[in-house]
Design a protein around this ligand. Structure first.
Ligand code: GLA
Length: 660
């Protein structure tokens, strides 16, 4: 487990640096991020590089046993780049170029910017690529900028040409006779601004993804060509951000990291567990939390401070879900600049702020668990499928503004998390053979080959849960020519006769666990069984007339190996959703671990079967927790004591159990 922070030594006189590094060391820091955004200090004028200061900072960190991660500085090109090469500035949807000074102002579509970015990274990599004090690289920062310039438009048109080959094919897939959109040649195709043709909007997101893949590829090449000492490469992602398809961007990285900020309010472990699992799923391996708030941020409507103890449970929660590092942003705020009021570990006077004490506690706690966590990760029997295409398609046509695909995913995840069932969040095209249960929340865009992949897994004995809005569109965001769930109709043994955006709630009576009554809200689909072996397990009560007494959920056996497909047509209320998820788990032969409210029990394990169990009280009340039998006789690595069968956890209390 690494513990650390982002340090920008370029803001302070060098005489001060050693004092900073000593304080870092005292807080248990093992890793530090440098050089991100420092392009103007690295290349103050065109082609003149100053890397000595970075070397001196690395030397100091190394002296105190702290490893360095180098950030490439490309999210903040210096003024000479944007002044002498205005074509590097990104253009907004109204046609206005970005102004200098707010970082991320350059366009990843600009050949000039790409050239300078690659060159500065090459220089850094030549200098530090074989420096073993540098363990890895973070490329750029939070890729997100979209450029609407003519250059980007031309590249988009080329991208489409590569993809569709003929303009007729594009016209066909996008149904362009509709509203006379038919294109005669590629140059006529616009960049979508606001609502537009769904096919065009989806393709543009894919192009933005491609742009960032290319941008990243340049830097990866620059580093890999010059680094031969095992340094890794990552970038820092942004949770649910859907401006690009992270599965594609993640492919070329060694692992992903993400920036975890709460902003206003407090940590909700049910929601963030899902985001950690999403990040672990990008490459199906552990990840880093590259940035998190030391108490507070500066950009939220209310930058409230985390409660005392809250940051510590956040750190262990991340570790429990597969984080191998946890870094604060940032060590100390620059005296000027846009982020003066952000949380930090040191104050303006250069002394520790109150939060430093909690950070130091985390640093020393991590030391206690680090060895036990080596080579462990989360092993899940349940997968939730997540697709950017599906989210883009639904978000472009919500139909009911409350149908938020992320919230629906949370709706499926929360009951599992409450019962301490580990979940992998993965792409629908990822291998499925390790899972007993696969949940496909609102998998709206469902290409035929993905459907075939899922069908083969059900045929081999998998249990699949399909939900509202699944299988509606093809890979071009056009309607499938069959009713939902489109290419999964046969395996599901059911089709969706009609979908209803709900204004009034609809009663739902389920028979899956005796009788469970509840309500559907936001969305309900009228199901029609297609096979004699399809069993109806929930019915709609009287509501809009159309749904009255009609099937709301079904189960269908498929194949000889015990495969089953459960289809639920409605967004269910929380209680009914919980009973559905527990029943579905049981159908897959799985069960969870019981724990008191707000107490999470999560396991990381190694290939050799070694297990580490995290017991985390996310709440502000003390809880008594009966531990799973598998932990009998184990030691809590934090208190260094053998645990009894039932332990008492104070508010924000944590125990980490393992055989020692
Ligand atoms: C982002 C950036 C950081 C910093 C933080 C502040 O995530 O990556 O550089 O600006 O926000 O919360």
């Amino acid at each position: 487990m690494h513990f650390g922070n982002a340090w920008y030594p370029e803001h302070w006189p060098e005489e001060r640096w050693e004092h900073d590094v000593k304080l870092m060391r005292e807080a248990g820091t093992t890793v530090c991020r440098l050089a991100e955004f420092a392009w103007s200090s690295i290349e103050p004028t065109d082609g003149c590089y100053e890397l000595e200061w970075i070397d001196r900072a690395i030397t100091l960190l190394n002296k105190y046993g702290i490893a360095t991660v180098l950030g490439t500085p490309t999210a903040a090109p210096p003024a000479w780049v944007t002044y002498y090469h205005p074509d590097t500035l990104a253009v907004d949807p109204t046609g206005r170029p970005a102004s200098h000074g707010n970082r991320c102002h350059a366009s990843a579509n600009s050949p000039t910017y790409l050239k300078y970015s690659r060159r500065v990274v090459e220089h850094m990599a030549r200098r530090f690529g074989n420096d073993t004090r540098v363990i890895g690289w973070q490329i750029d920062n939070e890729y997100h900028r979209v450029d609407y310039s003519d250059t980007a438009k031309r590249q988009f048109q080329h991208f489409l040409k590569d993809r569709f080959v003929t303009i007729d094919k594009l016209n066909e897939h996008w149904s362009t006779r509709y509203w006379s959109q038919t294109y005669d040649f590629w140059e006529q195709i616009p960049i979508p601004v606001g609502a537009h043709n769904p096919g065009l909007m989806l393709a543009f997101r894919q192009f933005v993804t491609f742009t960032w893949q290319e941008f990243q590829r340049h830097q990866i090449e620059a580093i890999r060509n010059n680094s031969h000492c095992g340094q890794w490469i990552t970038t820092n992602l942004m949770g649910w951000f859907d401006g690009l398809d992270t599965y594609k961007v993640a492919k070329d990285l060694d692992f992903v990291s993400w920036d975890w900020y709460i902003g206003t309010g407090h940590h909700n472990y049910l929601n963030t567990g899902l985001i950690h699992d999403l990040n672990r799923g990008f490459k199906q391996k552990n990840f880093w939390v590259m940035e998190t708030q030391p108490g507070t941020v500066n950009w939220s409507p209310n930058n409230n401070f985390l409660n005392k103890g809250e940051a510590r449970v956040m750190a262990f929660h991340a570790a429990a879900h597969g984080a191998d590092a946890f870094l604060y942003w940032q060590w100390r705020s620059a005296p000027g600049g846009q982020e003066q009021l952000h949380g930090s570990l040191l104050g303006a006077d250069g002394n520790p702020r109150p939060f430093y004490e909690e950070a130091s506690q985390i640093g020393s706690d991590f030391k206690r668990v680090s060895e036990a966590l080596k080579d462990t990760t989360v092993k899940a029997d349940v997968a939730i499928l997540h697709s950017y295409e599906a989210r883009w398609a639904i978000n472009a046509q919500r139909h009911n503004s409350e149908f938020d695909p992320v919230q629906y995913m949370e709706q499926c995840y929360h009951p599992l998390a409450r019962h301490n069932v580990s979940v992998d969040v993965i792409s629908p095209n990822a291998p499925l053979e390790d899972y007993s249960l696969v949940v496909a929340p609102a998998l709206n865009v469902l290409p035929d080959d993905t459907a075939a992949h899922i069908t083969a897994w059900v045929q081999a004995g998998g249990v699949l849960l399909l939900t509202p809005r699944t299988g509606h569109k093809d890979e071009y965001d056009a309607l499938h020519s069959t009713l939902q769930p489109g290419p999964l109709r046969e395996v599901a043994g059911v089709e969706v006769q009609e979908y209803y955006s709900l204004y009034d709630r609809v009663p739902v009576e389920a028979s899956w666990d005796g009788t469970s009554c509840g309500e559907g809200l936001i969305w309900a689909e009228l199901l029609r069984p297609l096979s004699a072996s399809t069993r109806v397990v929930a019915m709609y009560g009287a509501s809009n007339g159309w749904l009255d007494g009609k099937p709301a959920a079904t189960i269908h056996p498929f194949g000889e190996a015990g495969g089953k497909v459960i289809v639920v047509g409605a967004w269910l209320d929380e209680r009914l959703q919980e009973s559905l998820m527990l029943w579905v788990l049981a159908e897959a032969g799985l069960s969870g671990i019981e724990s008191p409210p707000e107490v999470e029990i999560t396991v990381r394990q190694a290939e050799d079967g070694r297990k580490v169990t995290f017991v985390i009280n996310h709440g502000r009340e003390a809880r008594s927790v009966t531990l799973p039998a598998s932990t009998a006789g184990q030691r809590d690595l934090l208190s260094d004591s053998i645990v009894p069968a039932t332990i008492s956890l104070p508010a924000y209390g944590v125990a980490v159990l393992a055989n020692t």
